[in-house]
Design a protein around this ligand. Sequence first.
Ligand code: AMP
Length: 215
Amino acid sequence: MKLILLGAPGAGKGTVAKLLTKLDGSVQISTGDILRGAVQAGTELGKQAEDYMKRGDLVPDELIMGIMESRLQEPDCEKGFLLDGFPRTIPQAEALKELLQKLGIKLDMAVNIDVPREVILDRLTTRRTCSNPECQAIYNVKSNPPKKEGVCDKCGSPVIQRDDETVEAINHRLETYNEKTAPLIGFYEKEGLLVTVNATSSEDVIAAIKEKLGQ
Ligand code: AMP
């Protein structure tokens, strides 16, 4: 399947994408994961992105399109892909449309995961992430803590609170979402690709996506 996952930070895009990869071998492409990996590895991309990310601002569109143009042409994308956290602005959505046309790729749909703000705030402040850039497993101190406190179940690396998950940065990310990313809902509606799912559990979101795909 070839999907865009839209939704505010904390809507569950990453969790849903990970579950969907198990259905048909489609790959999850998270620009946030790619950028965090680059920051930790200290690459040129990481250095350019780091300050924006810490503040909860978006990284410039040119940097993101550079990443995505090569990522979408890697062979593992042939089976399908789940775009998680990309596109995030209208110029990114327009550039993606052009890129997909050039590559002869057709999207199945853009899924807008619509979750109430109180749920989002609660999730983001209690979310913890594995610090290993190769893993980046997601936990929640209330609903899904690691078996051993502070240690990733999957790879044994420390589980941390992200720099951009302080209350201040979270509020800023949500404002950025409303201003820059929410307009994509209208964009994909016009493209005839939008599917909105109002569900807080990832299983319900998966069930709705499967139904829409006719699976
Ligand atoms: P995420 O893990 O998707 O919440 O992304 C974490 C941070 O990475 C965001 O707050 C942005 O600073 C940056 N980022 C991720 N994806 C994008 C994107 N498509 N465009 C611009 N910045 C992005």
